[in-house]
Ligand binder design. Structure first.
Ligand code: ZN
Length: 473
């Protein structure tokens, strides 16, 4: 029994009257993840965000449900909501997961927009963290409340909202251990922190990439010297760093050279990539804010999809040791330091990958340069377990009903560290991973927006999936 037809309007009105206004307040809070705000405890933004979201949820707890803000020592907090089942099997639990910490500001926001400035334009709510992943607690709880309102049975649910995701979820394992007796045995995980390739249908994520993060520092001088004096005698640290990066990546193709960072792509995932390419076509590359005349790295859309989901890729996300251009004298600088963000495919061991990167960068330093690579985090990717037929059918029915189009499956290029942890801990659990991060939504970049109609439809889809889940023998 799915939710009532009238629930579409009910969800619509709740978003308008309450959810979107609360998200507007949420966007104003600069609660950057701990990695980007080491003073987060003192600054108090995270507590303010927790208070706002937990406060909203407390007003709307289903009958019998409890909410606790769990705090283990100095760790980032977790919101934990326990909702007793009205159906489903005894001892069977669904986890609905999301996060409330945010990425840092990033530059390049359009005039009038900004990370902490909520702006509603048509269907879109602009601002940092609305889509990634502030809306998740609202959608998760609302999906359950729709079922309660329509008297549609659901299994016991726990909603877990963490505050450390954008830092690699390093606080989460401790909470999972701590909460294990209260979580119980999971048969289904719903995660609303992922992406969609368009806003026209329900997209399920079948894989996620992992991430190796680290700082590469190269130094040949103990202090800067006149560049007219030094060039030609001492190698520039930036040239040495280019040589080192060439060990990781073919700069002509972007291909990562280290075997430890590659994996065999499963056949089924290649087929899904082919099907996705048929549905979204050039959207795979033209969704990006390209400068006029810029082309993607390949003309083959299937290859592009596989590149961003099942192959490693390097981005340099920060630099130190450089003055700003206005302050740059003619100096051979002593040190160049880069932050490397290396996506790794599912099924690749992140620790082994980080060790391979470190070994490749640090061995035989050119000119005897002082070279260090300090790994600051390594998270595994994730490959979905085989989908149970009931879930496959539930996703299809939900997509047809609420979007009017078939459900689709694809891998995602980003990382949600918790999915791997859950997959390891609950090998029998099914995963429904979806999200609103579609074309242009630009999580982590400037001009991030939440596509409000998609958030509403996803909420209804989750409700229907929970309803079908509770009917399984
Ligand atoms: Zn996220």
């Amino acid at each position: 029994m799915p939710v009532a037809d009238s629930s579409t309007k009910w969800v619509d009105e709740l978003f308008t009257s309450s959810i979107v206004p609360t998200l507007v307040d949420y966007i104003k809070i600069p609660n950057k993840s701990a990695m980007f705000d080491p003073e987060w405890r003192k600054n108090g933004h995270m507590d303010k965000a927790v208070e706002l979201l937990a406060g909203w949820a407390k007003q709307r707890l289903p009958d019998g449900a409890t909410l606790e803000v769990v705090r283990l020592g100095e760790r980032t907090p977790v919101i934990f909501i326990d909702v007793p089942g009205t159906g489903g099997k005894a001892g069977d639990t669904v986890m609905l997961y999301g996060h409330l910490d945010k990425q840092p500001e990033m530059t390049g926001w359009r005039d009038g927009l900004g990370p902490w400035i909520p702006v509603i334009e048509g269907d879109k709510l602009y601002g940092r963290g609305g889509a990634d992943d502030g809306y998740s607690i609202f959608s998760s709880l609302t999906a359950i409340n729709v079922l309660r309102k329509d008297k549609v049975p659901h299994a016991r649910c726990v909603v877990l909202i963490e505050a450390c995701e954008e830092s690699g979820s390093y606080d989460l394992p401790a909470y999972i251990d701590h909460l294990a007796p209260r979580i119980g045995e999971l048969s289904l995980v719903v995660c609303l922190d992922s992406g969609c390739a368009n806003y026209d249908q329900l997209w399920s994520t079948t894989s996620l990439r992992g991430l190796v993060l680290g700082n590469l520092e190269v130094s040949l001088l103990t202090e800067g010297v006149h560049s007219g004096d030094g060039t030609g005698v001492v190698a520039a640290s930036e040239r040495v760093i280019r040589m080192l990066l060439d060990r990781l990546e073919d700069s002509h193709t972007g291909q990562i050279k280290l075997a430890a960072l590659a994996t065999q792509i499963p056949k089924q995932r290649v087929l899904q990539a082919e099907r996705t390419a048929q549905v979204i076509g050039d959207e795979v590359w033209n969704k990006f804010p390209l400068q006029p005349g810029v082309q993607a790295v390949s003309k083959n859309n299937v290859e592009l999809i596989l590149n961003r989901t099942w192959r490693p890729g390097l981005a340099i996300t920060g630099a130190e040791g450089w003055p700003t251009i206005g302050n740059a004298g003619n100096v051979l600088r002593p040190t160049t330091k880069l932050k490397l963000s290396i996506r790794i495919p599912p099924r690749v061991d992140p620790k082994a990958a980080a060790a391979a990167v470190k070994a490749a960068l640090e061995k035989d330093p050119p000119y005897g340069a002082k070279v260090t690579f300090d790994s600051i985090g390594a998270n595994a990717g994730w490959d979905a377990p085989e989908m149970a037929p009931w879930l496959d059918q539930a996703l299809e029915a939900a997509s047809q009903r609420h979007f009017g189009k078939p459900a689709m499956y694809m891998g995602e290029g980003g990382t949600i560290p918790f999915m791997y942890m859950l997959g390891e801990k609950f090998p029998k659990a099914q995963f429904c991973i979806t999200g609103v991060l579609g074309p242009g939504s630009n999580a982590h970049g400037p001009n991030e927006f939440l596509h409000i109609p998609t958030a509403k439809k996803l909420t209804l889809c989750v409700a229907d999936v929970l309803a079908t889940h509770a009917q399984q023998p």
